[in-house]
Design a protein around this ligand. Sequence first.
Ligand code: PLP
Length: 386
Amino acid sequence: MNGLAEQLTRQREAGLYRRRRVVSSPQQTEMVVDGRPMLTFCSNDYLGLANHPEVITALQQAANAYGVGSGAAHLINGHSSAHHALEEELAEFTNRPRALLYSTGYMANIGVVSALLGRHDWLLEDRLNHASLVDAGALSPARVKRYQHSDPESLGRQLESCGAGRKLIATDGVFSMDGDLAPLDEFHGIAQNHEAWLMVDDAHGLGVLGESGGGSLAHFGLGIDQVPILMGTLGKGFGTFGAFVAGSEELIEILIQKSRSYVYTTAMPSAVAEATRVSLRIAQQESWRRERLAQLVSRFRQAAEEMGLPLMPSNTPIQPLLTGSAEQALQWSKFLEDKGILVSAIRPPTVPEGQARLRITFSANHTERQLDRLLDALQILSLEQK
Ligand SMILES: *Cc1c(COP(=O)(O)O)cnc(C)c1O
């Protein structure tokens, strides 16, 4: 195919070439990656539930009861009692009348925007929103405006410049590559003043923030009146797979009628839903997992600050080190990899040009000794910098 080889060469020369590593162990802090044992700091399995024995048992037992494939979309005959029970539990967890399962978070974001907005409407997005929200805008006939990152004034200005039509503000709750929180305490008032709907994608907040894992909204003490549309994923803090949207009876019914990425896709396996019911319960009950994360983050930040490492303003388990150039991010990541520590280098277009970084993430299962190993390696990098 003409031109593809040249395109790949350019990608390589720009330090932007991506390759996959092959994992042959469960998702946990010590893994086998490309055949080598590695200590990992790059998973989104923040609570350490992806390989939890009770969650595994629930999946196995449900596979015996339901089989593997769900066989059809939810609106045909793929909607099982396991899906239904999980939806009810997610609604209760988020303190909302209803919740609706999607097969992935990417599809949930696309599905909400496509169901709610038409070509006379407006979608307002943070500049640093996750790619799935950006793509939801690109695929939508609605007009899209992007405001400065977490900037209430910029959001207000953009809202004022909208004409008639529905207005939907969509933001990450915790920004996936930065780890900082959207100022939802300020945004909900702005949304109300402009009669706009506020939607929060809390992929990295749910399970992790708030006393019982209620996420960014729990952190700010906000409910359905302030944030009518809440999207959450199940493949990160909850350690399984899939996603959901929670909100009013009417919101969920509209999504069932009109959300194309809900209607035209196969339902997630019922066994995954059953496993998630267990991980949801553990996530809520075992607060020690959140406390543990907070301890790790606090110790990491203190040590990194003393070393003069380029920390970013985050108090969540996402702790990026801003290197700037893609080359340096790769160099640091390679240095750590040679020491048996896996931390991913995040490069454009995942982050803006000139803002490449190492994205370090913590799990409740990381030990003090494992953190020491990371800090010792970073110490060498920080000395080389000087
Ligand atoms: C991971 C992520 C998604 C996508 O969720 P998947 O279930 O992995 O498709 C959406 N939004 C944000 C902020 C994410 O980090």
